[in-house]
Design a binder for this molecule. Structure first.
Ligand code: FES
Length: 176
């Protein structure tokens, strides 16, 4: 082997070593990026959902229907929303929970008696959800009602406990 070719080989070794070292570091870097991505995706999946941040609060708003659909002194069950939409004699609306405030049984509306009657321990409530017969300690809970463009909507994400019925709980359609 000539001296010149030996010199060329000697110069090529460090260059190849340098390239190998660079490629090794590049692979380590790319591997770290992939691992970081997987960890970020896993954390995002596991993080509890914040309804406000997701803007999901509107999901809880349930459209009950046009207000003309609900005659005066009527009770309409919404099984999916777990409430009854009550339209009072004065045209106002209340969305009352189906759960008895005694021990939580589902209270059916008994049309012939115009009462909600709990099958468990015989509590009963009037169309406003107010206690007519104990042992229920307080009126049926309420969900907020909104009326927009004559369409009745109920916010099923907010359950309001009440100690007594008060007139201001009733939501009236705005007069045109
Ligand atoms: S659960 Fe309704 S009266 Fe007891």
């Amino acid at each position: 082997m000539s001296k010149g070719s030996r010199d060329n080989k000697a110069q090529g070794e460090p260059a190849r070593e340098g390239r190998r070292g660079f490629l090794g570091k590049l692979w380590v870097f790319l591997g770290a990026v992939v691992v970081a991505e997987i960890v970020a995706v896993a954390l995002a999946f596991l993080r509890p959902r914040d309804p406000e941040a997701r803007g999901a609060a509107p999901d809880a708003i349930m459209e009950a229907g046009h207000m003309e659909r609900f005659p005066l002194n009527s009770v309409t069950a919404f099984a999916r929303g777990k409430f009854y939409l009550c339209r009072l004699g004065d045209g106002g609306f209340l969305a009352v929970s189906r759960r008895c405030t005694h021990l939580g049984c589902t209270v059916p509306w008994v049309e012939e008696k115009s009462r909600f009657e709990c099958p468990c321990h015989a509590s009963s409530f009037d169309i406003r959800g107010d206690v007519v017969a104990q042992p229920a300690p307080r009126p049926l809970d309420l969900y907020p009602v909104l009326i927009e463009n004559e369409v009745v909507k109920v916010d099923t994400g907010k359950l309001l406990r009440r100690r007594a019925f008060r007139e201001e709980q009733v939501v009236h359609p705005r007069k045109a």
